[in-house]
Design a protein around this ligand. Structure first.
Ligand code: ADP
Length: 393
């Protein structure tokens, strides 16, 4: 019998979901506006139907939202049960380098990691608790954004701080691992020679990071202890001299919460442009501050590209993914401009039409555009875990 897996990505104000029957995504959607004006939108690929419904305030919590979703899933499934719920969990800490069955002990362990990812982990856990209540017969599985990086080299795992801090978990974890895993699996299936080489993946979305990968293994990520480091993002600052944080605390009278809000919610493209966090809005804006924000975004990507190529000891392939990486020909063109020194150029026409391989005719380095699919990574892991434990199926 075809297995049914529900993939959940629970954030602070939304739950995104995809229902898979076997490998086929049958229904996908999201509950947005949790805690404010909750709304359920979904489309069923199977029945080609759509739902767009305002939810009640009671349904505007993680548990209320999944309770509201339950009858819709049941009617879609027509009597079949959900075998597993696969959860995106941002932080697996030092220990978890692979997906896990969620038990009471594992959930408690993941809760202890909340201080490491205060803006994501509590909401991931709220989704887990809600799913345990709504789907008590399903196996619950956690898939971690940090797991892909757990075996990266020590020099990319540490900061130059006293060892005791490393020992207690102040490390460079790296994130977006479920996206990088998807890209690696895709390359392995479609272009094994590319997979086996030296690859830099630029995951450019609202959250943005880059990862240096050799033979499918993470060598280094631009994100570090938290998802703040590295590239500037929609509202997050990216790389920052820690002296700026000390200055804000010591001389501006800001509290840690004020600083956190500034760095996570008011910085990045939004802070730099003063206009928007949305790249599409910035590329369409005539305001020079929008152009400057884009210039900074591109500058940091180019800088990391050079640094990662050096760390990898060469480069074979660059992959663009994420909302910006997949859709913005402008950003790809700006990143790849004047990179002949590296042996990298793009075909401007192919870039503009968004083909998968946008490498220039003389480019030694392959440049690819590959849509990411984190849900598929979670489905795949959940399916593999179910198969490895037949007594659960
Ligand atoms: P998230 O990290 O929230 O998953 P996405 O991967 O969906 O984010 O990326 C969202 C970003 O992609 C936004 O900045 C959006 O403006 C940008 N984007 C989407 N389509 C385009 C486009 N055609 N041109 C430029 N930017 C785009």
């Amino acid at each position: 019998m075809t297995e049914v897996i529900l993939v959940l990505n629970s954030g602070s104000s939304s739950i995104k979901f995809t229902l898979f029957c076997g490998e086929v995504p049958q229904l996908e959607g999201q509950i947005s506006g949790l805690g404010a004006e909750p709304r359920l939108t979904l489309k069923s690929k199977f029945a080609e139907s759509r739902i767009d419904r305002v939810l009640t305030a009671q349904e505007g919590t993680h548990s209320g939202a999944l309770a509201a979703l339950l009858p819709i899933l049941e009617s879609e499934l027509g009597g079949r049960k959900i075998d597993a719920v696969g959860h995106r969990v941002v932080h697996g800490g030092v220990e978890h380098a692979a997906p896990l069955l969620l038990t009471v002990e594992v959930i408690a362990d993941l809760k202890s990691l909340e201080p490491l990812a205060p803006l994501h982990q509590p909401h991931n856990l709220a989704g887990i608790h809600a799913a345990c209540a709504a789907f008590p017969d399903a196996v619950q599985i956690a898939c971690f954004d940090t797991a892909f990086h757990r075996n990266h080299p020590w020099v990319n795992d540490t900061f130059a701080l006293p060892r005791s801090l490393y020992d207690e978990g102040v490390r460079r974890y790296g994130f977006h691992g479920l996206s990088y895993e998807y890209i690696c699996r895709y390359l392995k299936q479609t272009a094994p020679d590319v997979f086996a080489g030296k690859v830099i993946v630029a995951h450019l979305g609202n959250g943005a990071s880059m990862c240096a990968i050799r033979n499918g293994q993470s060598i280094g990520s631009t994100m570090g202890f938290t998802a703040l480091d590295g590239l500037p993002m929609g509202t997050r600052c990216g790389q920052l001299d820690p002296g700026v944080v000390l200055y804000l605390l010591a001389t501006k009278g800001m509290t840690p919460t004020d600083v956190s809000d500034l760095l996570y919610k008011e910085s990045g493209l939004k802070g730099l442009s003063g206009i928007s966090q949305d790249m599409r809005a910035l590329t369409e804006s005539p305001d020079p501050r929008a152009a400057e924000a884009i210039d900074y975004f591109v500058f940091r990507i180019r800088r990391e590209l050079g640094a990662m190529a050096a760390v990898l000891g060469g480069l074979d392939t660059v992959v663009f993914t994420g909302g910006i990486g997949e859709n913005s020909a402008l950003i790809r063109r700006m990143v790849c401009a004047d990179q002949n020194w590296l042996g990298l150029s793009i075909d401007v026409a192919k870039n503009a039409t968004g083909e998968e391989d946008i490498s220039g005719p003389d480019s030694r380095i392959k440049v690819l555009v590959i849509p990411t699919n984190e849900e598929e990574t979670i489905r795949w892991h959940s399916s593999a875990l179910l198969a490895s434990q037949p007594n659960l199926a």
